[in-house]
Design a protein around this ligand. Structure first.
Ligand code: ZN
Length: 458
């Protein structure tokens, strides 16, 4: 099967060129001017950008929460991702209580059998002991090359600094990448209890109980510990100026310090958590949305390279029936927002707004995630030999984001009513069309598990 994508503008992290792309079976085989190859199908991409499929390295599909699950599983979530221009996700397998890592990984591989897009897995580690450290090494050999640890949620996920340090030392030996949820959970939990006791139960108090100073403190600690262990470290869902400053300080000292931010921190603010009634619950995630003046700093971080990429932390919960568990107690609101479908176009908006270049856009949503998480050069670029994961993107298509039209299995949109320009018209994964002009052509389970190689500095 050969597909020729003609007359488009090919954009990669390093260049923008008028060129045709020839795809044979699952791979890109040729890029060139006015290719005259025989093809089973020719796609006219005139006036369109031809870009590598998005890679979202931070999603939570089928995530258990309080006896239920987040509202997207691997089928609905990856279908929505594809509509949005994302062809690979890296989700988080979860270590079970009183278990090693293996059962949690096996469970996630089973959950992910329904995926429409390719996927990799990180592993969330809740407990560190000799056995777990050994298992981490084994998993690296199986293509699970990154591990997420928590400095928040005492009694559930939070690890002490000694355990974090042991995991980092191990990662220094194995080449794994340590990813950190960096918020200081001790004082945060004290504030949560105090606010609730004072009757401050509305969603906005979720944000007040998790101040940005406690994110900045934790990020600072991550890089001090990683420096001592002699290993790189990566901050997930960086939300604030305080945290960004700590990343920049580490990078200025030459340390391998990395971080992602998410669309919600670039476009939403604590004002959304203070919306009337209980509506603020739609915006409850951790770390929380910050005062609006942090957004500009985060965009600058993306421009300057102190932030390397944009992920989503997609973790959708319905407003009715899930978020409303926290009426009268913000601590019971499930944490997380839906955004896997919107990331690509929301960050492209940064190109329209003159904040980032076309190539930087591709780098932020595809190339840097591929490099950081061991998927490059198979994914994250358009080059001979790479997987034909391709988005044909109309940069000028005007539309309005809405729960009425999105494909995520959740009853609201955080970006309801927002006008954006740009539409992934055709989305191809390994040479097969997943989405074309609003129609879905994928088949359940066609996504494959991708064994990732070790961390590579983007
Ligand atoms: Zn997350």
């Amino acid at each position: 099967m050969r597909t020729l994508i003609k007359n488009g503008t090919v954009v990669t992290a390093t260049e923008t060129v008028e060129a045709d792309v020839l795809v044979e079976d699952e791979r890109v085989v040729l890029i060139g001017l006015s290719l005259e190859a025989e093809a089973d199908r020719t796609i006219d991409a005139f006036g369109r950008y031809v870009m590598p499929g998005g890679i979202d390295p931070h999603t939570h599909m089928d995530l258990p929460f309080g006896g239920s699950f987040c509202s997207d599983d691997f089928a609905t979530g990856t279908r929505a991702a594809a509509f949005g221009g994302t062809t690979t996700i890296v989700d988080f397998a979860l270590q079970g209580t009183d278990e090693g890592l293996r059962p949690g990984l096996d469970l996630w591989l089973e959950k992910a059998e329904k995926a429409y897009t390719d996927f990799g897995l990180h592993m969330i580690v809740k407990r560190i002991d000799d056995q777990v450290l050994k298992e981490m090494d084994q998993l690296v050999g199986e293509g699970v090359t990154s591990f997420k640890l928590f400095m928040a949620y005492p009694g559930v996920f939070m690890l002490d600094d000694g355990s974090i340090f042991r995991a980092m030392q191990r990662a220094a030996d194995s080449g794994a990448l340590i990813m950190m949820h960096a918020e200081n959970g001790g004082p945060i939990d004290v504030l949560v209890q105090q606010y609730l006791a004072e009757g401050k139960t509305d969603p906005m108090w979720h944000g007040r109980s998790r101040p940005s100073s406690m994110e900045g403190e934790a990020v600072h600690r991550v890089f001090k510990l990683a420096e001592l262990a002699g290993t790189p470290a990566y901050i997930v869902h960086l939300s604030s100026r305080d945290a960004l400053n700590a990343v920049r300080e580490a990078r200025d000292r030459g340390l391998p310090a990395f971080a992602e931010t998410c669309p919600q921190y670039l476009y939403l603010s604590e004002d959304d958590m203070a919306r009337p009634g209980f509506e603020g619950a739609k915006f409850v995630c951790s770390p929380p949305l910050r005062p609006a003046d942090h957004q500009e700093d985060l965009w600058k971080g993306l421009q300057a390279g102190d932030l390397q990429l944009v992920a989503t932390d997609h973790a959708p919960f319905n407003y009715v029936g899930q978020k409303d568990l926290g009426v009268g107690n913000f601590a019971k609101i499930p944490n997380g927002l839906p955004s896997v479908e919107d990331r690509f176009t929301l960050i492209f908006q940064g190109v329209h707004d003159g904040r980032i270049s076309l190539s930087r856009f591709v780098e932020l949503v595809a190339t840097a995630p591929a490099k950081m998480f061991g998927l490059y050069p198979r994914k994250g670029t358009i080059a001979p030999g790479s997987d034909a994961d391709i988005v044909v993107f109309d940069p000028n298509h005007e539309r309005v984001l809405s729960a009425q039209t999105h494909h995520m299995n959740v009853d609201y949109s955080c970006f309801e009513g927002m006008k954006v320009r740009g539409l992934p018209e055709l989305v191809m994964q390994r040479g097969r069309v997943l989405v074309e002009n609003g129609q879905f052509h994928g088949s359940e389970g066609q996504g494959q598990f991708v064994r990732r190689s070790r961390f590579q500095e983007p």
